[in-house]
Write a protein that binds this ligand. Structure first.
Ligand code: HEM
Length: 498
């Protein structure tokens, strides 16, 4: 009898709990009903089966799903409701407001990698840290880090020699080493020298982590710690993170020693001082005393920059190969600025390389590195006739916006003229978002563009590229970033001016 009463009591408590949860989520179900979207296949999983099976198919699957319905549309990833907005006016409203700066819970999985750095954090801590870190990436830092970028580019150009005349070669490893070495020096103050074979364990660990993190992100059944710990991804992640953390902690110790030995190092404004040393010299007690937070920021800055710049440089070389008519114009500009004999790039040269910058920008559009941006709505937010309820996630499909024929003359192909001033003026400012925009926009945009310009100016003085096909022929996949399934294969030739 008592047993039966207990069972009844338990059933009542459970029913009340479930009813409470459903009631608190009623606004989510309401907007979900108002919008189009695929039918959730299973109650606890929602539409997450898009991400089942072969990972190389996920990207195309999510793209076709997003493109199959009018926007705004909805998707369920486990219990997470995702509202997809692609109208540029809506996107502007969402990205420009301070009310939508909270990152979606789905980014929490990235915290295993980059902790509570700027990319993953939200709320007062993020606001505080962004206010402190953003000014470090100022013009003086760009100027003083120039020499490091140029110096590494020279070794890189030498390393490229091995590809000359060898047919199709995957250039990713060399490009990755270049950017790894530059970022290692200017952010962390260490000479990694991966281009000559040192520290490759760290470089490979950083390559492997993206797939590991993304696999958990899109599989709601391994979101919980218990389920994840039982999965095959756990062991792999522990190994990768031990290697990366070891490098970062070493970096922090060395920086502390440098700053102790020369506390005046920032006084001469022309001196190059790596970001980590600058952080150590900040009067901000929290950042300097909390080792975990500092290491999170260093990991974040490293992660945010080495992979993104690598993908962009590789893709630009491929685009030059696939679209020789634009490579020719970029090369002519390089010849006009540098002359017929290769010479070192100077800071003053950068402002002359306008067409090269247009090429980089169109590559960033086509090979959108962050194909989607996710935000969590922390208070009800009105957009036109819709109310995005608190608790919903907003998904901005940047990859699709970058291919919107209403905004782009040649949406699917490499076409640097998209960035002629007259064409830029005709476009909605929120149609081009490779670095996002607004209060959570990228803090390394100028640094990235400078690195890429220096690297490409060096490359184009020495080499020319050939590649069959056009951009739509490249099969893409995504983890945290978008990448070609078959790697970055181009034919490299010595440049001979006619
Ligand atoms: C081609 C290179 C790069 C691209 C395409 C890129 C793209 C982006 C995008 C799209 C975001 C917004 C992500 C989101 O809201 O979910 C972002 C944020 C960020 N980026 Fe970059 N990035 C690049 C290079 C860099 C570099 C060189 C650094 C620093 C050294 C950097 C540091 C950051 C940081 C710290 C954030 C987070 C900002 C915040 O939320 O307050 N990025 N980046």
């Amino acid at each position: 009898m008592i047993g039966l009463l207990l069972v009844i009591l338990l059933a009542i408590v459970t029913t009340v709990r479930i009813a409470k949860i459903l009631w608190s989520r009623r606004a989510l179900y309401k907007i979900s009903k108002q919008l189009n979207g695929p039918r959730p296949s299973l109650p606890l999983i929602g539409n997450a089966l898009i991400f089942a099976g072969d990972t190389s198919l996920h990207f195309e699957r999510i793209r076709s799903c997003i493109n199959a319905y009018p926007h705004p549309m909805r998707l369920w990833l486990g219990p997470n409701l995702l509202l997809v907005f692609s109208d540029v006016n809506h996107v502007e409203k969402i990205l420009s407001t301070t009310k939508m700066t909270h990152k979606s819970d789905l980014y929490d999985i990235m915290k295993y990698y980059v902790g509570n750095g700027l990319i993953t954090n939200s709320g007062p801590q993020w606001k505080h840290d962004r206010r402190i870190l953003l000014p470090l990436f100022n013009t003086n830092f760009l100027k003083t880090s120039f020499d490091s970028m140029q110096e590494h580019s020279v070794s890189f150009v030498r390393a490229f020699e091995k590809f000359v005349g060898k047919g199709y070669s995957d250039i990713h490893h060399e490009v990755h080493c270049l950017n790894f070495d530059i970022i290692g020096e200017i952010i962390c103050g260490v000479k990694l020298d991966t281009i000559n074979g040192s520290n490759l364990d760290v470089l490979h660990a950083m390559e492997d982590i993206y797939d590991n993190i993304f696999s958990q992100m899109v599989k709601p059944w391994i979101h919980s710690k218990i389920a994840f710990d039982l999965s095959r991804y756990k062991k792999e992640r522990s190994k990768i993170m031990t290697t990366i953390r070891h490098m970062v902690m070493n970096t922090i110790e060395k920086s502390k020693e440098r700053v102790k030995a020369d506390p005046e190092m920032l006084d001469g404004s022309d001196n190059f001082v790596p970001i980590i040393d600058q952080i150590h010299m900040l009067p901000d007690v929290q950042l300097n005393s909390d080792h975990k937070l500092l290491s999170d920021h260093i990991m974040t800055l490293f992660a945010a920059s080495e992979d993104t710049t690598t993908i962009t440089l590789c893709t630009t070389c491929m685009c030059f190969g696939m679209y020789p008519e634009y490579q020719k114009i970029a090369a002519q500009e390089v010849r006009r600025v540098f002359g017929d004999k290769p010479r070192a790039v100077t800071y003053e040269d950068l402002s002359e390389l306008k067409y090269l910058e247009m090429c980089i920008k169109d590559c960033l559009r086509l090979a959108t590195i962050a194909p989607i941006i996710l935000r969590k709505c922390t208070e009800d937010f009105e957009i036109d006739k819709w109310t995005i309820p608190q608790g919903a996630n907003v998904l901005l499909p940047i990859f699709e916006i970058h291919r919107d024929p209403a905004q782009w003359q040649v949406p699917l192909h490499f076409y640097p003229d998209h960035f002629l001033p007259e064409n830029v003026a005709k476009r909605h400012p929120y149609a081009y978002l490779p670095f996002s925009m607004g209060p959570r926009g990228c803090i390394g945009k100028a640094l990235a563009l400078q690195m890429l310009k220096i690297e490409l100016a060096n490359l184009l003085q020495h080499y020319q590229f050939e590649c069959d096909g056009k951009f739509p022929d490249i099969r893409l996949r995504n983890d945290i970033s978008v990448r070609p399934i078959d790697g970055y294969k181009v034919k490299v030739f010595k440049r001979i001016w006619d």
